[in-house]
Design a protein around this ligand. Sequence first.
Ligand code: DX5
Ligand code: ZN
Length: 216
Amino acid sequence: MVMICPSMLSADFTALGDDLRAVESAGADCIHWDIMDGRFVDVITFGAHVIAAHRRLSSLRFDVHLMVENPEKHIMSFVEAGADAIIVHPESTAHLHKVLTQIKNFGKSAGVALNPATSVDCLKYCADLIDIVLVMSVNPGSSGQKFILSQLRKIEQLRREFPKTAEICVDGGINAETASLCVQNGADSLVTGSYLFKSQDYAVAIQNLKNCKKNQ
Ligand code: DX5
Ligand code: ZN
């Protein structure tokens, strides 16, 4: 069954801990933290201290999605904060292979996020280092955007060409309808921001996404 990863970017910033506990008991499989530095993308969100503060509240996998320039400078602080997986954008570093190696050397899962216009080709020579491919189905920078349908072909291509061991996760514009399309094309996990946190009942929303394939 597809794994559901709530993005805390859409949670209530006055009660992040409460929302974290709520989505965990509603059936979330993993927590997705969107880190933005105001340079790689325009917005600034939060940093490693916020992750560290929430680490003791949850035993779920913490995925840290770094939308920051020069991510290599920040890997250690997010590892110390309790990240289980760290995901970087190839455009944010001159040394993708090196930063993925750095993450793996800390014993953490390494991920690469592909912007909508970014081809899967950049993964070829570091495939052995990649545990997660994050397909961006919106342009990074904010939640609540519309799903970009052309990314379904990328998901399907990754499923066909990428070693079976890598998790294919889709991030952006996920709702019950787009979730089905992603799963049908081979996605293993889905990030959900606005769809989940704007819903009346987190457990129902998570179950709707998990059941998406059957509903079609
Ligand atoms: C976009 C972030 C996403 C976003 C998802 O830059 O990487 O994780 O918060 O939010 P929704 O599900 O609302 O598109
Ligand atoms: Zn994200």
